[in-house]
Design a protein around this ligand. Structure first.
Ligand code: MN
Length: 295
């Protein structure tokens, strides 16, 4: 095991240890007792190279607000968030955005805050201004691709994890050589599951990655990401409505069943994969409506 970490070994061994090593995502300490301790954001992934962990790494998995480092809200941070996962129509949009601490007061002034407190009109207005201030990256998973991936057995959670990782890497590239003090992902799965999902990706952002639910309220970078993701989603939605020839509703309620039925009657069932997330129960409901209408 020591030879595996050659080149990453630390000069000094902590008391009682055989070796200590540091990778980009975790700190590995092997003790004379035979125990090995994995610490850090990538600890679970790192430990999994060596078999099942007997003891879980110190629980940072579901990171509550309180587990973020002191003063985190005022750090220079890349935040990421997604939109569209619960909407039958339309894509999933994921944005990672970099907010420097110096820009926090300005963004506050521009009205950046939790997008759940903002209507679409307001979100669009804010997004148009901040898109030129905040370095960001947008990933849009269009319906057709989404349906392909879903059919191949990929969970929505995995799709999201991959998109978040890609968006974050792009922003890291954009702002390089500057590095953020932290990366905050609006949490949708346990940290260990997230890293499991992205483990086969070419590159994975691991350094200083934090997870928190309701992260929009913790750092403006996530709030900004959320606003930009929503903006992209709304724009895409407008295009969908245009090509459908009528206004497509958001969400996954009865009104989307009606709209999908209308679309099928108008354009044929074969266009559906370009518009909706096929595996939602709404597909069957829409088909039932179509069958009723056709008599
Ligand atoms: Mn979110």
């Amino acid at each position: 095991m020591k030879s595996y970490y050659e080149g990453k070994l630390l000069d000094k061994n902590p008391p009682g240890s055989v070796f200590a090593a540091k990778t980009s995502g975790s700190m590995i300490t092997a003790y004379k007792s035979g125990k090995v301790l994995f610490q850090g954001n990538g600890s679970e992934a790192e430990a999994s190279r060596w078999g099942e962990a007997a003891v879980k790494a110190p629980a940072k998995s579901i990171t509550a607000k309180g587990n973020l480092p002191e003063g985190f809200s005022n750090w220079s941070v890349i935040g990421s968030d997604e939109v569209g996962t619960g909407d039958f129509f339309g894509p999933i949009t994921v944005v990672a955005a970099y907010v420097r601490k110096e820009d926090i007061p300005l963004l506050k002034e521009l009205g950046v805050r939790d997008s759940k407190d903002l209507n679409d009109e307001k979100i669009i207005a804010i997004a148009k201004v901040i898109k030129d201030i905040v370095p960001f990256s947008l990933m849009t998973l269009k319906n057709e691709k989404y349906n392909q991936l879903q059919k191949s057995g990929m969970s929505q959670g995995k799709m999201k994890a991959i998109l978040h990782n890609q968006a974050i890497l792009k922003v890291l590239e954009k702002i390089s050589p500057v590095k953020p003090e932290g990366i905050l992902i609006d949490q949708f799965v346990q940290e260990s599951t997230y890293f499991q999902h992205v483990k086969n990706q070419k590159a994975v952002a691991r350094e200083n990655v934090y997870f928190s639910t309701k992260a929009e309220g913790i750092h403006l970078a996530v709030a900004a990401a959320s606003i930009l993701a929503r903006y992209a989603f709304v724009q895409y939605f407008d295009k969908l409505s245009e090509s459908a020839g009528f206004k497509i509703p958001k969400g996954a309620g009865a009104q989307v069943d009606e709209a999908a039925a209308k679309l099928i009657l108008k354009k044929g069932q074969e266009v559906l994969p370009q518009y909706v997330k096929l595996h939602f129960a709404n597909t069957d409901k829409a088909m039932n409506l179509v069958n009723k209408k056709r008599g």
